[in-house]
Design a protein around this ligand. Sequence first.
Ligand SMILES: [Zn+2]
Ligand SMILES: [Zn+2]
Length: 343
Amino acid sequence: MKAIAKVHPYQGLTFIESEEPKIQEEDEVIVEVISASICGTDLHIYDWDEWAQRRMQLPRIVGHEMVGRVVKTGKNVRSLDIGDIVVGESHIPCQTCYYCRTGRMHICKNLKLLGITIDGCFAEYCKTKEIALWKLGSKVNPEDASTFEPLGNAVHSIFETNPANKDILVYGCGPIGLATIYFLKRLGASKVIGVDISDYRLSLAKKFGADKVVNSKSENVEEIIYSELPEGIDILFEMSGSKDGFRKGIKLLKSGSTAVLLGIPRGDIELNIADDVVLKEIKLIGVFGRKIFETWYLLEKLINEYGFPFEEFITHRFNLLEYDKAFEFLKKGTCIKVVLKPD
Ligand SMILES: [Zn+2]
Ligand SMILES: [Zn+2]
């Protein structure tokens, strides 16, 4: 089958002809990929930066956001049938560790990561496990559903808080930030302000419902926020992974409020824990992945209820073999989600 893999320990990816995956364990499922989307993580892998080098053994078929059709199931698979349309949860839990056994599979200590620690979905077929597949409901076009994974990050983040009537800062308006803004406005948030360094992304943040947007490269974030909200913000969603996002975002919080931290910074970040966290009774909440499967139920309910502007969210679609072009677009930054389709 056709697949895109990380073969060499330097920049770029390689087209390979690989054997189709086979069922080896009885809870495995083979999915024929309908479409797969590119994630920020895939850019790290493409560039072969330190993050990727620490996590991956080569060669590896990459890609972790997918929707597809079930074509083969192991003997123990009971919830899925051949032909079912499924979306992949890219974090595959072991189901036996302490965290899995106490209802927290999303922070399993033996998580396998599709397209990182095991072969992924930028291919015609992908092997995964029954426990990591979500049967797609009828209201969503399968062509769009590979993006459920980042949408799930947004939904998981939002439901760590109660956004109703709150003034909220979303720091970072990439795909997850945009989805967060969209759903927050439908869940009764008061004022939602989006911050980013890209005017392109900020224009989309407005379309997705942000009441105000701030370009942190050319504008003074603190000044603008305090002029809008003299007491500060009720909730911070840190989705940029930038030092500014953590430092400025946390400082802008009202006393007794909450910061949801999803962005992954490079290196350590120094904070004034006494003044900015302890004395203000700030709650810091880390969010990783999606709750399996609470987040997925919530996400599908939200989409069924409020719809989702996939036509704005997925800005480019390419054939799998045009992956180099797709990555180029992503690097330029004038896109949100880019979807690949094996034909
Ligand atoms: Zn992803
Ligand atoms: Zn586990």
